[in-house]
Design a protein. Structure first.
Length: 631
């Protein structure tokens, strides 16, 4: 928030029971609610017609408070409309001048686009995204003044200035009304400011800036993996820009490539919380973990090429190398041609399968429409098993775990549901009590246990421990761990059945192992960050991470910690999904046609062996690849 100054003599000291404690700007006041909470009161100018304005601003009171400053109440005072919103204790992005930290930039992007998703899903438009409307609160970034610009434009008697030219979409400069694509343009320009300290179209004067926005190309600083995404959002044609939901899903799919490196933030919780949007909950479940148990998830949706940013500065090898041990070892076979194409038309996916494949798609979740979950039974058929629940099929292919995305609908206790595909038998196990929640179900290799990462929703989804569910006894054990960390670094089963996870200490990433008391028993601090949950090879002897250089994937010996292979990162828009067999990996890359993707098998030199799936990304979904029983 801007600096608070003393009230002027002609300004009120109380509005509708809210005691004004200081001045934040013209018509903008810090205040205290009747219950003692800090709030912000904005009094609109006299030329704003009160009743039409309040009618236009009313829908914002129902918008999710995820990454937004919540509108608490509205009214009329002395003939002028006012809006009371949540107080966020922090500077604006404009005041800080941006950040050179790629990790912080990524988190800022996720937080702010989540706010836009909530606004757009409510059928609204922000209309004025810019650095001055992004607050850096103690619990993460918040977007403020949502919908204010449009409400003012619709209800103001006199002509008012439209937004800020440096962050205004070209169609708006030509007289178009604010629409969601214009928000995406402004959001991307704001992220450029965050990275480089200036607008991508800054021309030195308002006229020159407007000319550059209309006809010039953006000047982009170093944006790391966000470069392609930001460029797509800055397209001149509004129809060519991705939607906020597509951007969020793209970021979620890439979260495991970077956000595990986010430094810890203050643990202050916002004073008010609202039910998050369903898409934001989808994001919470897959953030940092594109895999579940013995399977690997691929988040599909419109994506643009991006490059992984190096988290730790080291000198990478001059060329990707494979050690002599791997070169001499017999290669596990990959069938070069598929024998069957399986269409999933509802989500725009075509699977290319062979009976000898050791992995196949086991479940998927539609991240739009009814949010239906599908699981594949032993016969190979997909069955609708639930709605608004994340599916994870167990090794053996009979049990599916269903983790609810909308929590606490009937009680204060979180739960996990298990359904047997062959018989329809099902049961529910209680796990943790609110504000704790479970996320990212991970099966043990024998299919007897399920692991869930536990985060505290009052600590910005900070991981605080894990839950192990025994499917035979139908009981859950919650273990509070020695260290807390960002929710993108979820817990997984190591090959021997112990618990492992990636960690980031602010300088470097590695992996650590836990016992059932929550204490760390072993740390491998030199290996870089793992991706998702399928980072252990099927034979249990090796694991894969993003190398410390951030520019290749590394394969390590689990017993000795020695590097066994260095695999090229491949397409700058792709990312690692998991292991296909002991000597081949799965990658998700952009397809040959714009707006498509492919999932393929590569060897440890980075060469493509076969395409496993073609993804037409007009509809977003969540695919789970899992090991074929007996493979």
């Amino acid at each position: 928030m801007p600096e608070i100054s003393a009230l002027r003599g002609d300004e009120p000291t109380e509005i509708a029971g809210y005691r004004l404690t200081g001045r934040l700007g013209s018509g903008l006041y810090a205040a205290r609610s009747p219950s003692g909470e800090d709030v912000v009161v904005r009094v609109l100018p006299p030329d704003v017609q009160p009743e039409p304005f309040l009618h236009a601003i009313e829908p914002l009171r129902g918008v999710s408070a995820v990454s937004t400053a919540q509108v608490l109440t509205t009214g009329v005072f002395d003939g002028q409309a006012y809006v009371v919103s949540e107080y966020v204790d922090g500077p604006t992005l404009e005041e800080t001048g941006g950040t050179p930290d790629a990790v912080t930039l990524y988190r800022l992007a996720v937080g702010t686009i989540t706010a836009l998703v909530a606004i757009h899903q409510a059928g609204l438009v922000h209309g004025d995204i810019r650095p001055g409307n992004v607050l850096l609160g103690p619990d993460g970034p918040r977007v403020v003044d949502a919908g204010l610009e449009r409400a003012l434009a619709e209800t103001t008697v006199s002509t008012r200035k439209v937004a800020v030219p440096a962050y205004t979409a070209p169609e708006r400069l030509r007289g178009a009304e604010p629409e969601p694509p214009a928000d995406l343009f402004a959001w991307a320009a704001t992220m450029v400011f965050a990275a480089g300290g200036s607008s991508p179209f800054d021309g030195g004067s308002p006229a020159a800036t407007v000319a550059r926005i209309k006809d010039g190309e953006p000047e982009l600083p170093e944006l790391g993996e966000l470069h392609g995404l930001i460029a797509a959002c800055l397209a001149k044609d509004p129809a060519a820009r991705p939607t906020a939901s597509e951007v969020l899903l793209w970021l979620v799919g890439q979260t495991s490539l970077l956000t595990g490196q986010v430094p810890r933030q203050a643990e202050t919780a916002p004073s008010q919380r609202r039910r998050t949007s369903l898409l934001a909950l989808v994001a919470a479940f897959v953030v940092g973990a594109l895999v579940s148990g013995a399977g690997v998830y691929a988040v599909t949706g419109t994506r643009t090429p991006a490059r992984v940013a190096a988290a730790v500065t080291t000198t990478p090898p001059a060329t990707p190398t494979i050690t002599s041990e791997h070169t001499a070892a017999p290669l596990a076979k990959v069938e070069k041609k598929a024998t069957a194409d399986v269409e999933l038309p509802a989500i725009g996916v075509t699977l290319h399968e062979h009976p000898n494949d050791p992995v196949r798609v086991a479940s998927y979740l539609e991240s739009s429409g009814t949010y239906t979950s599908y699981a594949r039974d032993r016969s190979g058929a997909f069955k609708a098993v639930s709605t608004t629940e994340q599916p994870a099929v167990a090794p053996g292919g009979d049990w599916v775990a269903l983790n609810p995305m909308i929590k606490f609908q009937s009680s204060e206790v979180d739960q996990i549901k298990f359904t047997r595909l062959s018989t329809g038998e099902s049961f529910v196990v209680s796990t943790v009590r609110r504000p704790l929640q479970t996320m990212i179900p991970v099966w043990s290799r024998d299919g007897g246990k399920l692991l869930l990462s536990v985060y505290d929703d009052s600590e910005q989804r900070r991981l605080v421990g894990f839950v192990v569910v025994d499917v035979t006894t139908r009981k859950a054990v919650y273990v509070e761990t020695e260290y807390l960390d960002d929710a993108s670094l979820n817990y997984v089963f190591a090959p021997d059945g112990t618990i492992s996870r990636g960690y980031w200490d602010g300088k470097r990433g590695g992996i650590e192992f836990y016992d059932m008391s929550g204490q760390v028993t072993k740390t491998m601090h030199w290996v870089g960050l793992p991706r998702g949950s399928d980072w252990f090879a099927p034979d249990g002897k090796r694991f894969a991470t993003l190398c410390p250089s951030g520019k290749e994937f590394c394969v390590w010996d689990l017993r000795t910690g020695a590097r066994r292979a260095t695999v090229p990162l491949g397409d700058p828009g792709g990312h690692f999904l998991g292991w296909f067999n002991d000597q081949h990996l799965m990658m998700q890359d952009p397809g040959k046609k714009k707006g498509t993707q492919v999932i393929k098998v590569i060897d440890l030199s980075g060469a493509t062996q076969r395409v496993l799936a073609d993804l037409a990304t007009t509809k977003a979904t969540l695919l789970q690849f899992a090991r074929v029983p007996g493979s």
